[in-house]
Design a protein around this ligand. Sequence first.
Ligand SMILES: *Cc1c(COP(=O)(O)O)cnc(C)c1O
Length: 431
Amino acid sequence: MLTESYSVNERGHLTLGGADTVELAERFGTPLYVFDENDIRANCREFKDALEKYYSGGSLVYYASKAFSCKEMYRLAKSEGLGVDVVSGGELYTAMSVGFPADKICFHGNNKTADELSFALDSKVGRIVVDNIYELETLNSLAEDKGVKADILLRIKPGIDCHTHDYIKTGQIDCKFGFALENGEAAEAVRLALGYDRINLVGIHCHIGSQIFETQPFIDAADIMVGFAKEVLNSTGITLTEINFGGGYGIKYTAEDKPVSKSESMRILAQSVEAACEKHGFPLPKILIEPGRSILGASSLTLYKIGVIKEIKGVRTYVSVDGGMSDNPRYALYQAEYEAVVANKADKPRDFEVTIAGKCCESGDLIQENTKIQSAEVGDTLAVLATGAYNYSMASNYNRSPRPAAVMVKDGEARVIIERETYEDIIKKDI
Ligand SMILES: *Cc1c(COP(=O)(O)O)cnc(C)c1O
């Protein structure tokens, strides 16, 4: 199987976290998102423990909750001692609703509204990552009105071009997020931030992209960010004490993907920051990271019921499932790769080449093209692997499809963490 999280039991059924996925589909219905709690917790610990082991300057791991935002994930992150990164009022609201410690919340976004900034200040979030000059000014005046001071990081584009899909690259100058280094925007932002008396500039942030397998971009980021912190020290006398390196650690979606382990990524990051501090003559900053996908993406799957199988002679065979781009838009959005398995025939060879289609009224509603699954029939259960990140969180009610339920499995036992939407839920806001 793709990773150790997935296995096949004596009935020939696919399992995740010790639970028989065919039984889960029968019990909870389909489409169904399934997550393995032990595996997700192990991922949290691997990042946290490795940073503590390899880095002496202090660290905090924020779970980038846009990957999968729901109450249970904030509870889980809290119980593992992680912080969370949120990028909207809605994510912040969800975190606060389960009593997430506000000082361990980091608030992001390239166009935060005044209402969202106000909500963040009222909630006393620990860090606001300021994206642009307009936000700096708005935040300062809101903080003034409320009689508080905002602890901020500035979002920097370090000018690193990593090898991933264009839509998930965020480190280069032509990108909507943050201040560029090479044209002096970042230095100007620092100067402005220091001039506002309701702003406390604590550090700098970068996030170079997502689903990255190479280690060099992170090594480069360490050198560039520490180098910039040193320039700030030289020009202003201010020592930035935190550098946030964002997320982006790649996961295994297909057998071809070869991700670096989380602990190895952390060892490399820690050593690169230490080396950069030595080179530039800068005191060790606290390292912050924000993994999203790598916390839970590969500890999960989506279950569907297979319906129509349409063989178009000489063209291709479409296998249609009872979900689609409404619960997983990632193939339609950027041709994301996935592996799929017929869950009730998981011990059989995958020798049937198909295109997996959804049930939405859209030709582009595909989950995967020209992929191999086991020989399938109507009524089989199809599992699409590694769907934990950016699936539920990107799901929609397109065609008025109710959003699926999500279950968390722990040691073979499953519990619902998000209920399936009903038709009644869908018309609830209609007047
Ligand atoms: C999306 C995002 C992350 C998480 O990225 P992953 O690739 O899921 O690890 C972290 N930080 C910021 C600022 C982001 O936008």
